[in-house]
Design a protein around this ligand. Structure first.
Ligand SMILES: CC(C)(COP(=O)(O)OP(=O)(O)OC[C@H]1O[C@@H](n2cnc3c(N)ncnc32)[C@H](O)[C@@H]1OP(=O)(O)O)[C@@H](O)C(=O)NCCC(=O)NCCS
Length: 340
């Protein structure tokens, strides 16, 4: 290989060149998201963009994102790895592999316990020690679709105090949504500890972090659901409620079915874990069938095995191992907008 190769952190002055390299590798569609990531994510530090520079030109990029997660009552320092890309002029020369190794060293040095990424090319990462862990989910198939509002129990008439479902309104709902997110995820395994700055930053908006629907009762928002804007398909990627407000998932499920109907869709893809209250609500709907559907893209790399084992022991879970054994990392709930 010709040219002088440096593997290191990118300097902030090089971020425009980083952006161009990532867009050359992934295509122009990632430009808004990458722009928000480089200049709109409050967690980004000068150690987080790792690059291969060939004769000073940014040839390959890896991004590290600081994403501490809940692990039962403990917290794990998780690093999200994304934007893995090599400019087409430099591919096939081992650069991405070297930058990923450098990123792993940097993450270890900085005390991260675990790294996570999402990919469609798992064998590439498996060579570097990463392990695939499927993300549980389900699919709601409706044939024919029940009419919105049907199937919420035998002959159910709306109760006078039943929650109202309406679109999310950021100007007034966000503080309630943040409280619901924290309360619902307390004690779970995997959810990111979202800060107030993270909820509001440009990067999160680009990731579509905000809910689409909220459930309101007696003037208080008690639950929400987040879906992609309906198009060719409808993806339900997050839902939460206040403690004791699980009944709100019934009308939320009904409203989501209504969104699907309005776009002539016969299925809803849900990235929610087993046992989620919204899954139960769909199961109780007449004419709706719920099928397990896991997503294969998640991969994990243990960085600090003793710390992971200690955290597992404190939560009564089996030990972590390297390479990871299926089950060690379970159960993991990682909400889709937080995918770096
Ligand atoms: C994937 C990518 C980062 C690899 O960069 P690179 O510098 O060429 O990587 P390396 O030289 O270290 O390793 C090359 C290996 O990548 C793997 N690879 C690259 N593209 C692949 C693809 N689309 N499917 C499967 N494997 C692929 C191959 O195993 C290849 O090995 P080979 O050279 O023996 O065939 C680069 O091809 C790229 O930028 N692709 C477009 C963006 C992308 O898909 N990024 C990954 C998102 S998770």
């Amino acid at each position: 290989m010709t040219g002088h190769v440096e593997i290191r952190a990118a300097r902030p002055a090089e971020y425009p060149a980083v952006l161009e390299t990532v867009c050359a590798a992934f295509g122009e569609r990632v430009r808004p998201y990458m722009t928000a990531m480089l200049w709109g994510d409050p967690t980004l530090t000068t150690e987080d963009i790792r690059v291969a520079a060939v004769d000073g030109a940014i040839a390959s990029v890896v991004r590290i994102a600081d994403r501490p997660i809940r692990y039962g009552t403990a917290t794990l320092r998780l690093a999200g790895v994304g934007a893995v890309s090599t400019h087409p002029d430099y591919q096939g020369r081992g650069l991405a592999s070297r930058v990923l190794e450098d990123a792993a060293c940097s993450m270890r040095e900085r005390g991260y316990h675990l790294a996570m990424l999402f990919t469609g090319i798992q064998p590439f990462y498996a060579r570097l020690g990463w392990t695939a862990v499927s993300e549980p989910g389900f699919r709601v198939v409706c044939s024919p679709l029940p009419r919105s509002g049907e199937g919420l129990g035998e002959g159910a008439a709306p109760r006078p105090e039943a929650p109202i479902i309406r679109p999310f309104d950021q100007s007034r709902d966000l503080p309630a949504i943040m409280r619901i997110y924290d309360a619902f995820n307390a004690g779970r395994f995997g959810p990111y500890l979202r800060t107030s700055a993270y909820w509001r930053c440009a990067h999160s908006r680009e990731r579509n972090i905000m809910p689409s629907l909220v459930a309101e009762q007696s003037g208080e928002v008690i639950a929400y659901a987040s879906t992609t804007p309906p198009g060719n398909r409808l993806i339900l990627y997050e839902a939460a409620c206040l403690p004791g407000a699980g009944d709100a998932f019934d009308p939320l499920a009904s409203a989501i079915i209504g969104q699907a109907q309005a776009h002539d869709l016969t299925a809803i893809e849900a990235r929610l874990p087993p046992g989620h209250g919204l899954r139960r609500a769909f199961q109780h709907m007449k004419g709706a069938t719920v099928e397990d559907r896991s997503h294969p893209g998640m991969m994990l790399l243990p960085l600090d095995l003793p710390a992971l084992c200690q955290a597992a022991a404190s939560q009564g879970l089996p030990d972590w191992s390297a390479p990871l054994k299926e089950g060690a990392a379970r159960p993991v709930v990682y909400w889709w907008p937080d995918h770096f």
